[in-house]
Design a protein around this ligand. Structure first.
Ligand code: NAD
Length: 268
């Protein structure tokens, strides 16, 4: 209907069709997580979902997101815990025998390294941040490949602090740069198998992880002022892009880093 500006959410018709597709989501901490917004849109579009929770403390918050969406599998996964990511893929293999898409929406850096200069970052802090926020995506691609014999879609979540110096983003800048480069290399390697690899790059969104970044409120205010749309992305905006990239409608799109930021990335 012309002029129909209904808010997204219940009752909104799915933009893309994910019926018959099965997806794995890492990164739901609570209802505000980017991964939660993506999970809601994936489910609206008809996908069957497997989701993970970090630990026992996180489990009830993740269940509160996943159960109303009818998630088929809700599994523990701390990517730092030996064997846990492999166990998730073993369970998916046993239950589904294949996977159509996955979303990697996890990041971590130790507070003291995140709040200091990159110049002063410790080897241990750098290693943990890279392991959780980047190498885990490489591991997921490796584990997903045999489950995607007819192709699939791998998605990661980045931030434009990867290519521009964003005050207080610090260590996560180089980490996201490595994640984006990994997206491009894995896209080239898995392209012949029909496995597409892309990253979503939202502007700042108030989440648990974001609260670890110093002066995040100032970052949000600046982003909203700079963005041509003067609106920050919401998690469902990221979800709509994720669902499109996971769908067959995006079948020739791979190796890209796509901003969802109201156009902020355009501004000098
Ligand atoms: P969030 O706190 O809701 O999600 C971060 C997730 O990382 C949590 O679910 C947490 O459990 C998970 N995680 C941390 N360490 C882990 C580990 N060892 N094993 C498994 N999972 C682990 O915050 P979010 O903002 O939704 O973050 C999701 C992604 O979006 C991250 O990659 C983040 O860098 C990225 N991102 C966030 C913003 C923003 O402004 N919020 C902007 C751009 C990109």
């Amino acid at each position: 209907m012309a002029g129909d500006a209904r808010p997204m959410g219940a009752g909104t018709p799915p933009v893309v069709d994910l019926r018959g597709k099965r997806g794995l989501i890492l990164g739901i901490a609570n209802q505000q997580s980017i991964a939660a917004g993506c999970a809601r849109i994936f489910a609206q579009a008809g996908a069957e979902l497997a989701v993970t929770y970090l630990n026992d403390k996180a489990e009830p918050f993740v269940r509160a997101v996943a159960e109303p969406l009818g998630a088929a599998l809700i599994l523990p996964c701390d990517v730092r815990a030996p064997g846990q990511l492999e166990a998730v893929f073993a369970r998916i293999t046993a239950s589904w025998g294949r996977l159509d898409f996955l979303l990697h929406a996890i990041a971590f850096a130790p507070r003291e390294d995140l709040h200091g200069r990159v110049t002063d970052c410790s080897a241990a802090g750098f290693t943990v941040a890279m392991d959780v926020s980047c190498h885990s995506f490489i591991r997921m691609a490796h584990l997903a490949e045999p489950l995607m014999p007819a192709g699939g879609a791998l998605l990661a979540v980045s931030f434009y602090g990867s290519e521009r110096v964003v005050e207080h983003y610090n260590l996560m800048g180089p980490v996201k740069a490595a994640l984006e480069s990994s997206v491009r290399y894995i896209a080239a390697e898995l392209g012949p198998k029909g496995i597409r690899v892309n990253a979503l790059s939202p502007g700042p969104i108030r989440t648990r992880a974001a609260s670890g970044i110093d002066r995040f409120d100032e970052l949000m205010a600046r982003a909203a002022a700079e963005a041509p749309e003067h609106h920050l992305a919401e998690i469902e905006d990221v979800g709509n892009l994720a669902a499109f990239l996971a769908s067959d409608a995006a079948r020739r799109i791979t190796g890209t880093i796509i901003p969802v930021d109201g156009g902020q990335h355009l501004m000098a």
